[in-house]
Design a protein around this ligand. Structure first.
Ligand code: UDP
Ligand code: UDP
Length: 478
């Protein structure tokens, strides 16, 4: 296979690749995995997908169903999760608990892999399962790659964190995280911007994070949904072995394009399109905090008032619980008396699913108030829409730092997040929205990022070539 040029790799002269994808839980984790699956399946690559049942959220179920409806050639392999005794854990996030349950059920993969026909030629696992999947893959002699669903900056933190903790052991206060974690070749992440769970090395998330960060070095490759021009520093540091020597090849393959979802065609979309069609170019403030960030009631009311005060038309996707199945709050009640009537025509608030990637491309959209989920950040930059990042939890502040450095967004640095109860006032929100809307410099740098994103995935671009090389590697059986 080494003699073949990538262009000749389609003729099936070798054991045809059959790739087993092992996704994790949470839409943000499924999104990049499904986009890669769609790309592979469209190229005629044989794909099986471990479908873990039950899902945590209703959105995930719809999402899985949409994938299998749109790509009938994709093989669905159900895996019934073993129950997790949650009494062992106190106050853990439902998605972290799910990751743990998955990690503890991972031996169920062994028969799935050995019984598969045709033979599984490579595995692609989500980052959260890395340290559990790699040993099984090694035992069964199947190459194993990791798909990292967020920013390369976050990947660099994941790689460096175990090294950092080792270093701490030699210091005066082992296990106590200092003022900042200085990632070699990247930047100093202040303590306040770290995913809060990481401050406690005994947290479930932190244990997983550390185990996965160590184990990933044994993977055959790491796929990341980003592109070189948006995060050059962490990519150079990872690839140059500056963070961890001998780090596996990092394939940047973003921004990944979405796949059409039949399940996503909701009747509400037509109404939304009609409304958007009536708005001035670049005038609409789009507000959404991803799939698992729920704001408090008093904060929701300030956001509502702030948007009203900003004077711009707005579209707000509102979630009041982490898990959508539990979200039965009435919008009118949540937003307070008369609000919806008052903003009628000027503002839309919805609890439903919107086709965000499509929406961001609409010429009426002028900015995006976002939690800083990396899928959202990339979708915005590909559409040339400036971000106002209001981090909520987890990796969002690290992503915000990456977004500012890349010139794709502004970061509301002092606005409260996970565990803090200070309220961001309507005035602060309205002012910041107006400031970002008027920021010509930011708009110009986002326009550059949009060009770079398009170049990366166009023929000959960095992400295009990486995807090509990666597929060639899969076809060569490497
Ligand atoms: N998304 C969407 N419609 C919704 C909610 C979310 O299309 O109503 C998509 C969004 O476009 C993005 C993903 O879900 O691709 C969210 O991922 P992100 O990393 O931004 O945030 P997370 O949900 O993981 O916090
Ligand atoms: N992550 C990681 N290593 C792990 C598990 C997770 O680097 O072993 C990353 C994950 O991709 C995400 C962050 O850590 O960037 C978790 O953030 P968060 O708490 O927001 O969860 P998520 O939004 O991904 O569901």
């Amino acid at each position: 296979p080494a003699m073949q040029s990538p262009g000749e790799l389609n003729d099936g002269a070798y054991d045809a690749p059959h790739i087993l994808f092992i996704p994790s839980a949470g839409i943000g984790h499924l999104t990049p995995v499904f986009r890669v699956i769609a790309g592979f399946s469209s190229r005629g690559i044989d794909v099986s997908v471990v479908t873990v049942l039950p899902t945590v959220s209703a959105a995930e179920t719809d999402y899985f169903n949409g994938l299998f409806a749109d790509y009938p050639a994709v093989r669905r392999v159900d895996m019934h999760l073993l129950p997790l005794d949650a009494s062992e854990f106190t106050r853990e996030d439902p998605f972290f608990l799910r990751w743990e349950a998955l990690r503890r059920s991972v031996h169920l993969l062994r028969p799935i892999i050995t019984n598969a026909a045709p033979r599984i030629t490579a595995i692609i696992t989500d980052i959260t399962l890395t340290s559990c999947v790699i040993p099984i893959a090694k035992e069964l002699d199947v190459p194993c790659h990791v798909l990292f669903p967020t920013a390369a900056t976050m990947l660099s933190l994941n790689a460096y964190y175990p090294v950092y903790l080792e270093k701490l052991k030699g210091g005066p206060e082992p296990g106590v995280i200092g003022d900042a974690v200085d990632i070699p070749g990247v930047f100093r992440v202040p303590r306040s911007a770290l995913p809060p769970a990481l401050l406690d090395v005994n947290k479930l998330f932190t244990k997983q994070f550390i185990d996965n960060g160590r184990a990933i070095v044994k993977a055959d490759g790491v796929l990341v949904n980003t592109f070189d021009a948006v995060e050059p520093a962490p990519l150079a540091a990872l690839r140059g072995g500056k963070i961890v020597p001998g780090y596996p090849p990092v394939y940047t393959i973003g921004p990944l394009k979405s796949h059409a979802t039949k399940a996503g065609d909701k009747p509400g979309d037509a109404l939304l399109d009609e409304w958007l069609g009536k708005q001035r170019a670049r005038s609409v403030v789009y507000v959404a905090f991803g799939n698992r960030s729920a704001a408090r009631l008093d904060q929701i009311r300030e956001i509502a008032a702030g948007l009203e005060d900003s004077g711009y038309p707005f579209l707000w996707v509102l979630k009041t619980t982490k898990v959508d199945r539990e979200d039965d709050a009435e919008l009118a009640e949540v937003l307070g008396d008369g609000y919806l009537e008052r903003v009628k025509g000027r503002g839309i608030v919805t609890k439903g699913w919107v086709e965000q990637e499509e929406l961001l491309k609409h010429p009426a959209v002028g900015m995006f108030v976002s939690h800083g989920g990396w899928n959202s950040a990339l979708e915005a930059s590909s559409a040339g829409v400036p971000l106002l990042v209001w981090p909520q939890l987890g990796d969002h502040r690290v992503n915000a730092m990456a977004a500012v450095r890349a010139g794709i967004g502004a970061w509301a640095e002092h606005w409260s997040w996970d565990g803090e109860d200070t309220l961001v006032t309507r005035q602060e929100i309205a002012d910041k929205v107006k400031e970002v809307m008027a920021d010509g410099k930011l708009r110009a740098s986002v326009a550059v990022a949009r060009e770079e994103a398009a170049k990366a995935v166009a023929e000959g671009g960095t992400s295009y070539r990486n995807m090509h090389d990666f597929i060639a590697k899969l076809k060569g059986g490497a």
